[in-house]
Design a binder for this molecule. Structure first.
Ligand code: EPU
Length: 419
């Protein structure tokens, strides 16, 4: 198994170009199932989850081609199966995103029911009840969700929790439904807005993206278009955290500052100088003291759960005491025990972590338990004294493109090793 070996203490300083967002490209690739003709997705990050999605689409018979610049072109005229099998869904829960578009366009779909994952039980009841409200006939049997509908019908759906992929699934179903669908308490994440923008380009009629109410007027068909994925706000925040935690400086290019308001405010509260331009963000911590910050995760535009672990790592080195509360997932604190192996002083009470900053942490062998936990351990390793070995980095490769190469360019001493 591959690992990252990090020698802590190297100064981090430089520029990094941000990739397209993992959590935008996955729904966009699912949306290609709705397109008549060729559809091309650009600014695609090279990630394990993207490869899994390509395998999923190819398994359904979709023709997928990838060019030298990693632009992905799909054509659904060859589709011959409406199944998302267990072996793919179990490695990537986002496979559930084919449910809405496949049902809406082809009238039937079977998706292996995603189980829980390391960060929580993550049910999909809201996806299913929303589709049922639109007239789908759904059964869950032998580990599979089976859904049928001649043509979905518009409905008013109030989601009782804010769900990102739930909103995306229902949106991709509603665009081809008969009549008007109103999605209330919709997720406002920039990735949902990107999906809505792309669907509108394809000929859909969606109003309200980025607000809690989406109004969708169903259309008969959608055409293939070209669409470029929004920058990854979580990757951006993670690289900026590398500057903050090491007392260095990082400028992220091709970024989207307006998707990161809550996070940038926390960097300022932590003592960093933060500057932004139209498509860049710089965090400068040189000569400054890192201060603890209190964090409570919330749906967008609140502080993202996907940045919680990285700020926890920052707090372990910061001056003072920071309280970190996770409200989205019930089990997203597993990095705490690993950070403590490096000398962090953290008291965990349920989903609240009380972090007392330490002047130093020490490198240690640690284990990644999920994607963002792996980012937090890498960050801690960059700032710790001595050698940190991060194991199970297949989690990292799901969401960060060539992380060690890009960190190295910023000055980090980091190597990928096998075995
Ligand atoms: N929930 C339900 N029922 C549902 C759906 C969700 O109870 O039918 C609950 C979940 O259990 C959770 C909360 O609602 O407690 C929010 O979950 P959400 O559905 O928003 O999460 P998701 O759509 O499965 C996406 C991202 C995650 C990110 C969350 C929250 C993708 C592919 N994944 O997951 O990304 O943490 O939204 O912002 O978009 C990551 O990138 O590391 C990652 C985990």
């Amino acid at each position: 198994m591959e690992k990252l070996v990090i020698e802590g203490g190297a100064p981090i300083d430089g520029e990094v170009v941000i990739s397209g967002a993992k959590n935008a490209v996955l729904p966009l690739l699912a949306a290609t199932l709705l397109a008549d003709g060729d559809m091309t997705i650009k600014n695609v990050p090279q990630l394990r989850d993207v490869n899994t999605t390509i395998r999923l689409l190819e398994g359904m018979g979709v023709t997928v081609s990838v060019d030298d610049e990693y632009n992905i072109t799909t054509n659904t005229s060859t589709i011959n199966s409406y199944v998302a099998p267990y072996d793919l869904v179990k490695t990537m829960r986002a496979s559930i995103l084919v449910l809405g578009p496949t049902l809406a366009r082809y009238g039937e779909v079977e998706v292996s029911l995603p189980g829980g994952c390391a960060i929580g039980s993550r049910p999909v009841n809201i996806h299913l009840s929303g589709l049922e409200a639109m007239g789908a006939d759904i059964t869950v049997h032998e580990g599979f969700i089976r859904a049928k509908a001649k043509r979905l019908k518009g409905a008013r759906i109030v989601m009782d929790k804010v769900t990102v992929t739930g909103t995306e699934n229902l949106l991709m179903a509603a665009v081809l439904a008969e009549g008007t669908t109103i999605l209330e308490n919709a997720a406002r994440e920039p990735e949902v807005v990107d999906l809505a923008d792309c669907l509108n380009k394809m000929g859909a009629s969606i109003i309200g993206a980025g607000t809690p109410t989406l109004v969708v007027q169903g259309v008969e068909s959608l055409k293939g278009v070209e669409h470029s994925v929004v920058p990854d706000r979580i990757e951006t925040g993670t690289f900026l955290a590398a500057a903050a935690i090491t007392g260095g400086r990082v400028k992220t290019l091709k970024a989207a500052p307006d998707t990161l308001d809550a996070v940038l405010q926390k960097f300022r509260d932590a003592g960093a100088a933060v500057e932004t331009g139209e498509d860049w963000i710089e965090v400068d911590m040189r000569g400054r003291t890192l201060k603890s910050v209190d964090i409570t995760t919330d749906p967008h535009p609140g502080f993202p759960t996907d940045m919680q672990a990285q700020f926890m790592a920052m707090n372990t080195f910061a001056q003072g005491i920071g309280v970190v509360v996770e409200t989205i997932f019930e089990n997203r604190m597993m990095h705490v025990a690993e950070l403590m192996r490096m000398g962090a002083n953290i008291r965990l009470e349920g989903n609240t972590a009380i972090v007392a900053g330490m002047p130093e942490l020490y490198g240690a062998p640690v284990m990644a338990t999920d994607l963002r936990a792996s980012a937090s351990l890498i960050l801690a390793g960059l700032a710790a004294k001595g050698t940190t070995i991060v194991d199970r980095i297949y989690h990292t490769d799901r969401g960060y493109e060539k992380i060690e190469i890009r960190l190295k360019k910023l000055g980090a001493q980091i190597e990928r090793v096998s075995g």
